[in-house]
Design a protein around this ligand. Sequence first.
Ligand code: ACM
Length: 267
Amino acid sequence: MKVSVLQYEPDYLAVAANLDRVESMLADLESDLLILPELFATGYFFRSTEDLQSVAEPVPDGPTTKRLHDWSRRLGCVIVAGVPELCSGRLFNSAVVVAPDGPIGRYRKLHLYYQEKLHFSPGNSGLPVFDVTDRTGVRYRLGVMVCFDWYYPETARSLALAGADVIAHPSNLVRPDCPRAMPIRALENHVFTATANRVGKETTGDETLEFIGQSLICSPDGDVLGRMDRDAIGLATVSIDPLVSRTRTVTPHNDLFADRRTDAYVL
Ligand code: ACM
């Protein structure tokens, strides 16, 4: 199957224009799984909670999830994308998962970064893993984490222990370290990872954040299968066999998960 990550620069709060731009970037896409960045249609560095409220929407009934589903149906592709979710008056930094047949779930970011804590509630939906199908009918298991979740190795580990073959990772990275860390998250859990980041800058007036691009897709052996440049705009696509993640033999005497010493760890 093919996995793709999209990297671009959204305009702050310009949801309709951002959706149109992403749609035009996807026109010729042939892929089974597409990852879009965190908060891909709204921008990230909210100047106020009112700004965030003005673009937050219910999931799955909001317009962005509906548009994602249109794309998924037309492309025959599962899509994971970051959306600001409004639920019972609370705001979550969420990622939705849509398949051609319809939306199949969402994940609410557990580990909020920096000023996200001023505006969002921390996730309360656990770490679900979704059963999905590629265009040839191969079923695989898809986990989702959002950006700063990478900093907590427990996140990727929990998804892998729950059976994820591929971890989709919508991001708005500003720290330089994640592109170095993701091959290790993939290796230490023997999963595929696909990080879709954005580029450009956003300012609140007082402070400016610069996003670091470098979207990347990693193999269960920790190899970087595809990586975009810091300022690149476009898509990176690689071919993978998602089910190779399931063989976790390290040596004839070592199995990655069976050998875990949960009796000795501090959790
Ligand atoms: C981040 O979690 N967006 C840095």
